[in-house]
Every structure is written in structure tokens, then in C-alpha cells.
Design a binder for this molecule. Structure first.
Ligand SMILES: Cc1cc2nc3c(=O)[nH]c(=O)nc-3n(C[C@H](O)[C@H](O)[C@H](O)COP(=O)(O)O)c2cc1C
Length: 206
């Protein structure tokens, strides 16, 4: 079933780029990735829906160097070498104190900052859920600006936090290696496609 082409639908090239021809990438060409390009992806990603418009996602951009080497110590072995070789690594985390921005994010909710301040457990839950939704949008945003991505949760989040989040209390959700193109010299830069569930296997209509 194909949606009728209207001003609200993406053209086939955009759909291929974002979805059906997009592939997780494990190794990249050496071309550096400018933080400006990540900022451009962010400008799109930030319109993602989040609970209470909380926008708890926070990003740390790790360029090649000593800090990234320290962070990678907390990755599983299989994720280390490819991360050290990537042009850029993003650590996506959530801020448990997202309520501090409530006056900007939801000015119509009077007293929200104070009332959420008293609910740390709820802020953790919302931070993790809505932050993860924002990660999905970030992956799309990065692809939309022409980048390839390799997301990873094979890491010890508390270990990563101990290196880069001691000042701000952010909590690691996922690491994302980013580059301009798959490394053409590495056969394993892109892995063979795994299967995908059919709509009928993944959905029920009641
Ligand atoms: C949340 C998340 C965690 C992942 N963790 C890892 C990981 O730790 N190491 C790894 O090599 N790939 C990891 N992947 C990559 C997935 O295996 C890959 O996206 C999936 O198999 C689809 O591959 P495809 O895009 O080539 O079809 C992760 C992907 C996601 C979205």
C-alpha cells in the first residue's frame, strides 16, 4: 500500500534515504564530521514529541582524542576499535533535571518546575522514555543531513557517566558513531540486512 503523493508526503528519494536504504554503519571513511553538521541535525530533531515537552536528551560530541579513549574503556570489546576509528562519536544521554527548563518548554503549565522537582522517580522515567524517543529522531536527523550512523548500547552507562557526566548528572542512553560514508575498504562496514517483521506480525488492529 503506497500513500498518495500530497504536500504532506516525502518523495521516494527522501524515504529511501531515511528508511528503506538506510543501513547501520560500523566503519567510515576518514572525512571529519563537523559539530556544525550535528547542530544542523539537532535543529530538525528538536521538534520530536516528548512527554510534557520535556526534551530531556543531552549530547556530548567526542572528537578523536584522549577523552574519547577514556570513554571507550567502558565499551564492550566489540565496540572499541570501531569507535576509536570513527570520525565522531556522540554520547546521547538524558538529564534527570529536565524540569529546570519548564518555564521555557511549557510556560502554560504554571508551577510545573516546582511540582516536578518533588518527583525525582517520575523525572527519571520520563527522562529515559522521552530521551530514547529523541534518540530515534536524532538518528533520522543525522541521516537527513547526509550522515551515516552506528548506534551502540554495548557499553557500561555508569562507566561512561563517570568520565563525562560528573558535573551535570546526565545519564548515558546510547553511543552513536557518525561518519560521511561507509569505509569502502572494509567489507564489514555494513553488515548483511537482517530480516524485518511484516506489519501483520508487529501490529494488531482491534
Ligand atoms: C539501541 C541500539 C543499540 C545497538 N547496539 C549495538 C552495539 O552495541 N554494537 C553493534 O555493533 N551494533 C549495535 N546496534 C546496531 C544494530 O545491530 C543494527 O542497527 C541492526 O541490526 C539493524 O541493522 P541495519 O541498519 O544494517 O539493518 C545497535 C542499534 C541500536 C538501535
Amino acid at each position: 500500500m503506497t500513500a498518495p503523493a500530497t504536500a504532506k508526503t516525502l518523495d521516494a528519494a527522501a524515504l529511501h534515504r531515511l528508511f528503506d536504504q538506510a543501513h547501520t554503519t560500523h566503519t567510515f571513511t576518514d572525512e571529519p564530521v563537523s559539530p556544525d553538521l550535528i547542530a544542523e541535525a539537532y535543529q530538525h530533531m528538536r521538534w520530536a514529541p516528548t512527554a510534557f515537552n520535556s526534551q530531556p536528551l543531552r549530547l556530548t560530541l567526542l572528537t578523536p582524542g584522549a577523552k574519547r579513549e577514556e570513554v571507550v574503556e567502558h565499551f564492550i570489546e566489540a565496540n572499541r576499535a570501531k569507535t576509536l576509528a570513527a570520525p565522531l562519536t556522540i554520547i546521547a544521554a538524558y538529564a534527570p533535571d529536565w524540569h529546570e527548563h519548564m518555564e521555557l518548554l511549557a510556560p502554560q503549565r504554571e508551577g510545573a518546575r516546582e511540582s516536578f522537582a518533588a518527583k525525582p522517580q517520575m523525572r527519571e522515567t520520563v527522562g529515559r522514555q522521552s530521551g530514547s524517543i529523541q534518540v530515534g529522531y536524532l538518528l533520522l536527523g543525522l541521516r537527513a543531513v547526509g550522515l551515516e550512523v552506528g548506534p551502540m548500547t554495548g557499553l557500561n552507562p555508569e562507566g561512561v557517566d563517570s568520565v563525562i557526566h560528573t558535573e551535570n548528572g546526565w545519564k548515558t542512553l546510547v553511543a552513536i558513531n557518525v561518519g560521511h560514508a561507509p569505509n569502502p575498504e572494509d567489507e564489514a562496514a555494513i553488515r548483511p540486512r537482517g530480516g524485518r517483521l511484516e506489519f501483520s506480525q508487529a501490529a494488531q488492529v482491534l
